[in-house]
Write a protein that binds this ligand. Structure first.
Ligand code: CUA
Length: 151
């Protein structure tokens, strides 16, 4: 009799947890770090689009920001985009794993050597947004940051 109760409890919890993960993933937009393309970290300097890190206009109110990281800095260090524009972030790292978190947004990626991480954001408010590295990457980890200026 007790086994039955525990079995129901166990299966019930399983579905409850799966449900929570599902709601998180589909309604709140939380997705695991995306690794879409594999590149050679050694060649990041010359591989498109990482040979030219920075902001590029790719369409009507649509920008692509290419970011290369390396202990302990983001390149570019300051990113300027207009308010309300769709901004695609394309980022990678040349050395170790770094984090890419934009404070005040839902963007929080892990940058892994050899992989390209992407995220899209529309900044509805003007001002400064901080980009921080949230993966411990060495002695300068706490100093590793950049900023986005939304104008
Ligand atoms: Cu880069 Cu911590």
């Amino acid at each position: 009799k007790f086994e039955k109760i525990w079995l129901i409890f166990g299966i019930g919890s399983l579905f409850l947890f799966l449900g929570i993960i599902g709601v998180n993933a589909f309604y709140m937009g939380n997705q695991p770090p995306s690794c879409l393309v594999t590149i050679d970290p050694e060649k990041v300097d010359i591989t498109e689009p990482f040979n030219q890190p920075g902001v590029k206009k790719i369409g009507q109110n649509h920008y692509q920001v290419t970011i290369v990281t390396q202990a302990f800095a983001f390149t570019p260090n300051t990113i300027t985009v207009p308010k309300g524009a769709k901004v695609d972030f394309v980022a990678t790292t040349k050395d170790v794993v770094h984090g890419f978190e934009i404070a005040g947004t839902n963007i929080n990626m892990m940058l892994e050597p050899g992989y390209v991480s992407t995220a899209t954001q529309v900044f509805e408010k003007t001002g400064e947004y901080l980009i921080v590295c949230n993966e411990y990457c060495g002695t300068g980890h706490h100093m590793m940051g950049a900023k986005i200026e939304v104008t």
